[in-house]
Design a protein around this ligand. Structure first.
Ligand code: ZN
Length: 500
């Protein structure tokens, strides 16, 4: 019986994984090569496949098979036990939402997205307001269906960062907001500011793409198991560990956004390529949490890709690729320019020092919305006031203020903290990497990245979904997630860059 159930469960999970990979491919194609008129039918193809995947997943028989296996989990191998636990957890979360509710949510999300696109373009918060109110109401109801302790926010956070709670976030973010905004103030007041006037040149596009490809290859991205293409909004998608698709965009006004964006997506890609081979076509070949996923991209993009040793190695090659445009540029100039701190309105353009402050603002607002402490109508006012406090910036209009992000329009409340957690996890793990691999920075200066990649493979990638984020952090560093290592990293790096 146990063998039959296991065989059936594995078969169903494999089929669901095939459907989901096919969906991922359709969506990748939609954002890269699909001709514009393909959109309508593409939408239907995606709807059909996702309905099939959902039906397979929530079937009663499948649920019973998993439950029977769970009841006898002590007789299962460690791998099978993890597989059953993770799948049953997903199953329970999926079936506790009534079908009418899911349908209502899907309709509200797509209407909300349409309304948001128009509202942002017209800078008209009021036209988006009724949609936002509806989505907040649905988020509260979703939290009720899932059940929660403490705040309803916890039930939503669980979708993106399983095991994390708002109470923990308060503790972690509290210190972060204080020390990070103080650091930003001190940087602004410093007489030492980088010269970035040399960036105002025309930067050739193809060499930027080719240079990024070279760097990705060096850090370990396997082009036999992945590729990189252009897309208006860069993302990474994975069909399996054997087929990981990165995307990037190139600007001729700026020589580093293609590179740093590519390294960021490459960090996500290395994680996806690093899942264990025997987990293929199962939910175990998946990220532990979005925060852990983001920690991989931030490690490579920021800690490595914006470091001095990295540029000591790559400056000659960068200059070779860019030719005339990069003549007369030094390592020091590049290092200072790519680490320039400048508080700005837009989250996705924010530098390392200000980024988390954008996230804390969103976290505070979305949690207050869920708890009914503020209403949707009051968002712009709360937003603008907090921007002033945290970043010292006046917000001129809602399009560059509270309407800038897509997340709330899609009903994604509880997503934002994962970006900041990614930064924190990255720094905390990297502190440990430096202890365990004392020669690391000289390796990087020599263009060698296998030491770091192997550490990440062993401590993060190979576990897939077997461990929760806080377990990955605790097992690899000996301490629970905290903001200390990130603050130390920032204060030391920027303290020396800006002579604080
Ligand atoms: Zn990312």
């Amino acid at each position: 019986m146990i063998e039959t159930d296991l065989k059936e469960v594995r078969k169903t999970l494999g089929e669901i994984s095939d459907l989901n990979s096919s969906l991922a491919l359709l969506s990748w194609d939609q954002q890269t090569y699909m001709p514009p008129k393909g959109a309508v039918i593409r939408g239907r193809q995606q709807a059909t496949l996702s309905a099939l995947a959902h039906q397979k997943f929530v079937s009663e028989e499948f649920g019973e098979q998993m439950q029977r296996l769970h009841d006898r989990k002590n007789e299962l191998s460690t791998d099978d036990r993890s597989l059953v636990e993770v799948s049953l957890y997903d199953y329970d979360r999926a079936v506790c939402l009534p079908e009418e509710f899911v349908e209502e949510l899907t309709i509200a999300q797509s209407a909300g997205f349409e309304a948001w696109v128009a509202a942002r373009k017209e800078n008209d918060f009021t036209s988006f307001l009724p949609h936002l109110e509806k989505l907040i109401d649905l988020a509260r109801r979703k939290a009720d269906y899932h059940g929660y302790e403490g705040t309803p926010y916890n039930a939503l956070l669980e979708d993106f960062e399983p095991g994390m709670t708002a109470e923990q976030l308060d503790r972690i973010f509290g210190e972060l907001a204080l020390r990070q905004s103080k650091l930003v103030e001190r940087i602004a007041a410093s007489p030492v500011q980088p010269d970035t006037s040399w960036l105002q040149r025309e930067w050739p596009k193809q060499p930027q793409f080719d240079f990024a490809r070279l760097v990705l290859q060096d850090i370990g991205f396997d082009y036999e198991r992945g590729r990189q293409d252009l897309a208006p909004h860069p993302f990474t998608t994975s069909l399996s560990a054997q087929d990981v698709r990165l995307t990037t965009r190139i600007s001729s006004e700026e020589p580093f956004s293609c590179l740093t964006g590519s390294i960021h997506e490459g960090g996500h890609g290395l994680y996806e390529q690093g899942f264990a081979e025997h987990d293929v076509r199962t939910p175990l070949a998946n990220c532990s949490s979005l925060g852990i996923h983001e920690s991989q991209s931030r490690t490579w993009e920021n800690i490595i890709g914006r470091s001095l040793p990295f540029w000591q190695h790559y400056t000659p090659q960068f200059k070779q690729y860019m030719g005339e445009a990069a003549s007369g540029i030094s390592v020091e100039q590049i290092f200072r320019a790519i680490n320039r701190v400048s508080p700005s309105l837009i989250r996705v353009e924010a530098d390392e020092c200000t980024y988390n402050l954008h996230i804390i603002l969103r976290y505070e607002i979305e949690r207050a919305l869920l708890e009914g402490r503020i209403s949707a109508r009051e968002i712009p006012e709360a937003w603008n006031a907090r921007m002033k406090e945290l970043l010292g910036i006046d917000v001129p209009d809602d399009a560059s203020g509270s309407l800038q992000d897509i997340h709330w329009s899609m009903g994604m409340f509880g997503y934002f903290p994962t970006y900041a957690l990614g930064n924190l996890y990255a720094a905390q793990m990297f502190e440990q990497v430096e202890k365990e691999l004392p020669g690391l920075w000289s390796e990087i200066e020599a263009g060698q990245f296998t030491g770091l990649l192997n550490w990440l493979r062993k401590n993060v990638h190979l576990h897939g979904r077997r461990k929760l984020a806080h377990q990955i952090i605790e097992d690899s560093t000996g301490s629970p997630p905290a903001s200390g290592p990130y603050l130390q990293y920032l204060e030391s790096k920027y303290g020396s860059l800006y002579a604080l």
